[in-house]
Design a protein around this ligand. Structure first.
Ligand code: SF4
Length: 705
């Protein structure tokens, strides 16, 4: 009898759709991929990326053995694992001997399993004893995380199951486009609308999500905070505040009430460009609903005021008494596959497992006990992602870097500068499944297992911990990241690192015990038995926690906290030289830096190149038509893309996707100005000039700055 297909999950986004893989045809046949009809998030749905994920398995460009470079400028050549790892160890030891412990850096990814993210953080703090570790999730969720932590005392993207969306009467979606980024999730929005729910979308573009909404507000990029304060102003003046909830369950409202007094709708219209009548209509719709949700995503958060913007919408939700009310609340929609779990277990520069803080004495003592080290030997918090990358190769900066599953040359802001700093390193080692643009620059490349070849847990956008199961064997010379971490630690003379996912997970649960993200009651078996387990789950004897805040908030006073926030404008306003706004985002058939999806023929055919979207009025004013080449230029760099006109975008704004490397990499243009709390770069807005490109694509390395 043929073995049953393996139940596992899509390798891409935070929805982590349940799929089955049937690899019974043997290594010569591509596994058959089907959606799991009964998995509670996707309920049988998949998007184009999920349906074609098996194309990544057995891909001709797959890295199948280690590569090394004999000297800078020479080509990468095949090597044994022993040679590759000895080079890594020698380079790390040399950098630390010459420049101190923090001269070796680690850069992780939001797609790593919980086990890998956890062990990578431990590797940095215990095997290398460096403070220099951060990850690409800093560029994704950090602003929402900072805001929810300070208001609710916890950061779990959705504090309720995804299916609750179908039961809400009114939903305000801010800077989120699930119709393209999470298509199977739209079944819940559609179900809600079918029973009469009203949806409001805030986005400078008329996305497919906005096109389905009852009300579409199109603010100037970077002005969402003023919009939220304006809505709260209306709600306060019209007596629509839930005063009992505010009195019983929150703290700090009076300062917010005072702060929003100045956000009169006509003033907010001048700041945001959203007509006053629409602001009023949106505020009333939201306030008068029995069950209402406010959902934010990267459009609101990837700004230098991203934390305060998320906070402004939290203030609005709290004033309406939404968090903890049935089928209501504030939530933020996670992007990367393990964006949630990846930010809980210690690959962030200031963090220890269980969402503990590295500068907390008790947290250090607890985790040091689990790791069998002296708390005093754990490093203090290090630099955030962009700060670490921009200081590479400088005095006091990282001199040798290990990048695991992250393509920073494409995904970091001000990408030309980041590429230049990578060139200033003494040594770069990259672990990946394909030769990404970042791996191409490495001195050593380590090939690692991919999703269907490994087991491990992921935590989806709901905070549901799920199990990725191995369905087929990896190529012979490919090793798992856990195995490589354990081997490198041993070569560095440090014990206590396992290559076995289940063993690492068990240790992770002990390290997380008592922390905000407490996984102690979760096991592989419990996940299998229940189609996932929601954290916090402190004991095998207790139920898990699908819904948060029903009774109180995990803050010291058990109340949610308001914080007054002010609109302060974007760091770069349009001027004579750069007269428009540039905003960036995703398209349906690509994922993140495109390392995987650009290699899937069916996806690449649908979206083969980056396309700049601009309003016909703007296009006409610069002499560009759909299909023409358009030059986009900012203070940091320029690119040439094919133009597509679309009357659904604001006439002062250009949109470009961020999934491509090389000369089409829009992150060469983006602004690295950081949020003061989350250290999130200002990906979503900068000033740009737009012109018809009669000349060729700029050469590799061309830059203004
Ligand atoms: Fe995969 Fe996300 Fe698409 Fe689901 S929505 S199939 S998890 S990419």
């Amino acid at each position: 009898m043929a073995p049953a297909p393996t139940k596992t999950h899509c390798p891409y986004c935070s929805l982590q759709c349940g799929i089955t893989l049937d690899a019974s045809g043997g290594s010569s046949e591509k596994p058959i991929l089907e959606p799991q009809r009964d998995f509670p998030t996707n309920r049988g749905g998949l998007c184009a990326k999920g349906w074609t994920a098996a194309e990544l398995l057995g891909h001709p460009e797959r890295l199948t053995g280690p590569l090394v470079r004999d000297e800078r400028g020479s080509p990468l050549r095949p090597a044994t694992w022993n040679e590759a790892l000895e080079r890594v160890v020698a380079a790390f030891q040399r950098a630390q001997a010459d420049h101190g412990r923090d001269a070796v850096g680690c850069f992780g990814g939001g797609g790593l399993t919980n086990e890998k993210a956890y062990q990578f953080g431990k590797f940095a703090r215990v095997a290398l004893r460096t403070s220099a570790i951060d990850y690409n999730g800093r560029f994704c969720m950090s602003s929402a995380a900072a805001a929810t932590n300070r208001s609710f005392g916890i950061d779990r993207g959705l504090p309720f199951p995804l299916s609750d969306i179908a039961r809400a009467d009114v939903i305000l979606l801010v800077g989120s486009n699930p119709a393209e980024t999470l298509p199977p999730a739209m079944q819940y929005f559609d179900e809600g609308r079918a029973r009469g729910a009203r949806h409001i979308v805030v986005d400078p573009r008329r996305t497919p999500t906005a096109a389905r909404a009852d009300l579409h507000l199109q603010p100037v990029p970077g002005t969402d905070l003023a919009l939220a304060n304006g809505m709260l102003n209306i709600i306060a003046r019209e007596g629509l505040i839930d005063e009992k909830y505010v009195a019983d369950r929150t703290a700090g409202f009076e300062a917010v009430r005072r702060a929003v007094r100045l956000y009169w709708p006509d003033r907010v219209e001048r700041i945001t460009g959203v007509p006053e009548r629409d602001i009023v209509a949106a505020a009333r719709l939201l306030a008068q609903a029995d069950r209402a949700m406010i959902l934010t995503a990267r459009g609101a958060e990837q700004h230098s005021a991203g934390t305060d913007t998320a906070q402004a919408f939290i203030n609005l939700a709290l004033a309406l008494g939404l968090p903890g009310r049935p089928y209501s609340g504030f939530a933020t929609i996670t992007g990367q596959g393990n964006g949630q779990g990846g930010r809980e277990h210690g690959q962030k520069s200031d963090q220890l497992p269980g969402y503990r803080k590295l500068d907390d004495t008790e947290a250090r003592a607890h985790v040091a006990r689990v790791w069998g080290v002296n708390p005093a030997d754990l490093p203090q918090p290090g630099r955030s992602a962009y700060e670490m990358l921009s200081a590479m190769g400088t005095s006091g900066g990282v001199r040798a870097l290990w990048v695991v599953a992250s393509n920073i040359v494409v995904s970091a802001p001000n990408a030309l500068h980041v590429a230049e700093r990578l060139g200033a390193l003494d040594f770069l080692v990259v672990s990946d499944i394909f030769l990404s643009e970042t791996a191409e620059l490495a001195d050593v490349v380590l090939p690692t297992t991919q999703w269907a070849e490994e087991s491990g847990t992921m935590t989806n956008l709901e905070g549901r911990v799920i199990l990725r199961r191995a369905a087929l064997a990896a190529p012979r010379e490919v090793r798992s990241d856990l195995d490589v971490m354990a081997d490198l630690a041993k070569r560095l003379g440090v014990q206590g690192f396992s290559a076995e996912p289940q063993e690492v997970f068990e240790e992770l649960t002990r390290a997380s015990q008592g922390g905000k993200a407490d996984y102690r009651g979760i096991s592989y078996q419990r996940i299998e038995d229940n189609q996932g387990v929601f954290w916090p789950c402190p004991s095998p004897l207790y139920p898990d926690t699908p819904r948060l805040f029903t009774e109180d908030f995990p803050t010291p006073d058990r109340r949610a906290h308001f914080h007054p926030v002010e609109h302060r404008g974007t760091p770069e306003l349009p001027d004579d030289e750069f007269p428009y706004y540039l905003t960036t985002g995703r398209v349906m058939r690509q994922y993140q830096s495109g390392t995987q999806t650009r290699r899937v023929p069916q996806l690449a055919e649908g979206e083969p190149e980056p396309v700049a979207e601009l309003h016909p009025t703007l296009a006409q004013s610069v002499g560009v038509a759909s299909g023409d080449k358009v030059r986009l230029r900012t203070r940091r760099g320029e690119t040439v893309m094919t133009a597509r006109t679309d009357s659904g975008i604001r006439p002062d704004t250009v949109f470009a996707p961020f999934h491509w490397g090389g000369a089409g990499n829009i992150n060469r243009l983006t602004n690295p100005e950081l949020d003061p709390y989350s250290r999130m770069p200002s990906f979503k807005v900068c000033a740009v000039s737009v012109s018809r490109a009669d000349t060729a694509q700029p050469r590799e390395g061309d830059s203004n700055g």
